[in-house]
Design a protein around this ligand. Structure first.
Ligand SMILES: [Zn+2]
Length: 284
């Protein structure tokens, strides 16, 4: 699953970026989340160049750690990376013995614990989980080698709570509806003015509300630079985020388009690149 592309209707859960976006640093979303062991002690993340997205293991002192290789892999989304990381964390959290292999039951347990972590802490919705399920299933063998487990089936949707309290159910239904209500398309984003050095811009984006109730939305604006050739091709693949801005706006009911203006800046623009931005709404 890629991020929102120009010209495509927005269909991704927005909360996710709120958690992972680094404020005012030129960084891609991190590949890690906070992780604890079965005794609720923090588990250290150790950066390696093993080619493995993430792997639960122990350090030389026998303490649980997660080794992870943050280098990008073609065709693997940051959501997939985060899922792998959360799954590996889950093995520690659930006290699974980091033997050579885990049992299929332990793998499914870790999948579900990982999914629940992502729902609680990274804003994943059931919709994201459905997309993740497909994305994991569709990984080609060459890429699946980067996973810490052997090729296997996934039942991530089976991790979604189906027996929930009425209040939770209402909350979830509300969330789903809010996502369906908001209308935003990155293709309509515009830079209305730029400073002489091109580093500071005024940008404008628009959002609408097709539902009969007011929405409260958090908009996460990722401001950065994009190679011009990618911009022409409509690809965000090499988008380099340099500043993340979040804004809250209310959207009145059934308003086709409200424009919001923001002011932001980047540190550097390389030759052949231009400043660009994308916006992820998360509404309630
Ligand atoms: Zn596992």
């Amino acid at each position: 699953m890629g991020f929102v592309r120009r010209g495509r209707a927005f269909a991704l859960a927005g909360g996710f970026l709120l958690v992972v976006a680094a404020p005012s640093h030129a960084q891609p979303p991190p590949a890690t989340i906070m992780c604890t062991d079965a005794g609720a002690h923090p588990v250290r993340a150790v950066q390696v160049t093993s080619g493995m997205i993430a792997k639960a293991t122990t350090d030389s002192d026998g303490r649980p750690v997660i080794e992870y290789d943050p280098r990008p892999i073609d065709g693997v989304s940051s959501q997939q990376r985060l899922f792998v990381y959360a799954h590996e964390c889950a093995h520690h959290a659930l006290g699974h013995d980091a033997g050579p292999t885990y049992t299929p039951a332990q793998e499914q347990q870790a999948d579900c614990y990982g999914i629940q972590t992502l729902i609680r802490r990274a804003g994943f919705t059931s919709h994201d989980v459905v997309i993740l399920q497909t994305a994991m299933h569709d990984l080609p063998a060459s890429t699946a080698r980067r996973l810490p487990w052997r090729t296997r089936a996934y039942d991530l949707e089976g991790c979604l709570p189906d027996a929930v309290s009425p209040r939770q159910a209402a909350g979830r239904a509300g969330e789903q509806t809010a996502g369906d209500c908001v209308v935003h398309n990155d293709a309509t984003n515009a830079i209305v003015s730029a400073s002489r050095d091109h580093l500071t811009i005024d940008g404008v984006y628009a959002a609408g509300n097709r539902c009969q109730r007011e929405l409260t939305c958090t908009f996460t604006i990722e401001l950065g630079t994009l190679p011009d050739s990618d911009a022409d091709a409509g690809s965000w693949r090499n988008f380099r985020v340099q500043q993340t801005i979040t804004e809250q706006h209310a959207l009145s009911r059934q308003v086709a388009n409200t424009e919001f203006r923001f002011h932001g800046s980047v540190q550097t623009v390389r030759d052949g690149e231009s400043v660009d931005f994308r916006v992820v709404p998360a509404c309630r």
